[in-house]
Design a protein around this ligand. Structure first.
Ligand SMILES: C=CC1=C(C)c2cc3[nH]c(cc4nc(cc5[nH]c(cc1n2)c(C)c5CCC(=O)O)C(CCC(=O)O)=C4C)c(C)c3C=C
Ligand code: FE2
Ligand code: FE2
Length: 363
């Protein structure tokens, strides 16, 4: 174009920089930014605050997602709006109060996901400089996936790797996070090239990191557990029957971890927590198993939640709070909750490994 007057505004990849600088754009052409690679870590989301209205907004968005609740809309709408949203926001707000990060005034899921993104960015920038940008977003609530994608594009990322932070794939988590990203991409004239990181439930780096983290936590205890429970977030059993691979992936993670830790099968259990509503969910249920173990005379247990990449309401309040109480009330004596990988050295080893592997050929 020879009537051009303005050079391209930003291009970080040297080859692309030269390419774009060579182009002369018309005066009224928007600035062209390209040549960088973006990484977007995506997790579930958390309420903005613990008051009734903040909790209600979060639960409404979450529980209106048809990937999460597959019940037909005409049946679900009155149940959600006339029953669940009347009482659950207040009750769950009180639960969030017990785990809230008051220093940052946010849920721990947000604090930890941000730290994971910052550490990933620092590690990758060491090697690739500002050719790479890492951001984070939440499927529900803030920061939204759309904003994060637009920010990466504005920084010149024309290739973006989406990383759902769920080791085990489920339509209710990984797929809906990607849906949200694709929904935003649908509105874009110049779409970036997109890759999606696969589930990593059986990746040796993940299994090793879990084992190292668990060994370190167990070594700090003043007792050896009789039984270890690996507790995963549940989903309705019907999702498994319709073909969701989540249950199989949880079972494989639990088995690989047990083998790697060298524990016998009779002292190691796979359970599912967070049942919601009257429908049957994946079994065995964590709370019933904990109660049954205590009643059968087991005195010392440890719980770990390998399916959560960050500690959150479901681990800190439900596992370490409610299930601890159940165990002690039914005759248990020693209870330990072993933390998630979070932004620990082991946790960052996993995220960096996945990101570096999936970026091959782009950097
Ligand atoms: C009711 C349906 C739900 C399905 C199906 C479901 C699947 C699912 N969820 C996670 C991870 C998390 N869930 C969290 C909280 C949470 N989950 C549901 C409901 C379903 N989840 C609700 C209503 C809530 C909010 C709290 C409550 O009202 O009970 C969280 C914690 C978020 C936080 O802020 O700390 C996580 C993480 C997975 C992995 C999963 C299926 C694979
Ligand atoms: Fe959930
Ligand atoms: Fe829960």
């Amino acid at each position: 174009m020879n009537q051009a007057v303005k050079p391209a505004a930003l291009a970080v990849d040297p080859a692309r920089e030269a390419e774009y600088r060579a182009i002369r754009l018309p005066e009224d052409h928007p600035p062209v930014k390209a040549g960088r690679v973006g990484v977007l870590l995506m997790n579930l989301g958390t309420p903005e605050a613990t008051d009734y209205w903040s909790m209600r907004a979060y639960l409404k968005e979450f529980l209106s997602d048809q990937r999460v609740i597959e019940t037909s809309r005409w049946l679900w709408w009155p149940i959600l709006n006339l029953i669940i949203l009347q009482t659950r926001p207040k009750k769950k707000g009180r639960d969030y109060d017990t785990i809230w990060n008051h220093e940052k005034n946010e849920g721990p899921l947000k604090t930890i996901t941000r730290a994971q993104a910052e550490q990933t960015m620092a590690a990758l920038r060491d090697e690739f400089g500002d050719r790479i940008s890492v951001d984070w977003a939440m499927r529900y609530g803030k920061p939204p996936v759309k904003d994060a994608l637009e920010k990466l594009l504005a920084e010149g990322c024309d290739r973006i790797l989406l990383v759902p932070l769920y080791p085990q794939y489920s339509a209710a988590t990984s797929a809906t996070a990607c849906d949200k990203a694709f929904e935003a991409l649908m509105q874009m004239r110049w779409q970036p090239s997109v890759r999606v990181a696969p589930p990593y439930h059986d990746d040796p780096v993940y299994i090793d990191a879990l084992a190292d983290s668990m060994q370190a936590s167990l070594a700090k205890l003043d007792f050896e557990p009789d039984v270890i429970l690996t507790s995963f977030h549940g989903v309705p059993k019907s999702y498994l029957m319709k073909g969701d691979p989540y249950h199989c992936q949880c079972a494989k993670t639990s088995r690989l971890l047990r083998e790697r830790m060298g524990w016998s099968a009779d002292r190691w259990k796979l359970t599912f927590q967070s049942r919601f509503g009257p429908e049957e969910w994946l079994q065995p249920y964590t709370d019933e198993t904990v109660k049954g173990l205590a009643e059968s005379g087991v005195k010392k247990i440890a719980l770990v939640a390998p399916g959560f990449s960050a500690d959150c309401l479901e681990t800190l309040e439900e596992l370490d709070g409610e299930n601890r109480e159940i165990f002690m009330e039914h005759g248990g004596e020693q209870f330990a909750y072993l933390p998630c990988l979070n932004d620990s050295t082991e946790g960052m080893r996993v995220i960096e490994h996945i990101v570096r592997r999936e970026l091959q050929g782009w950097l």
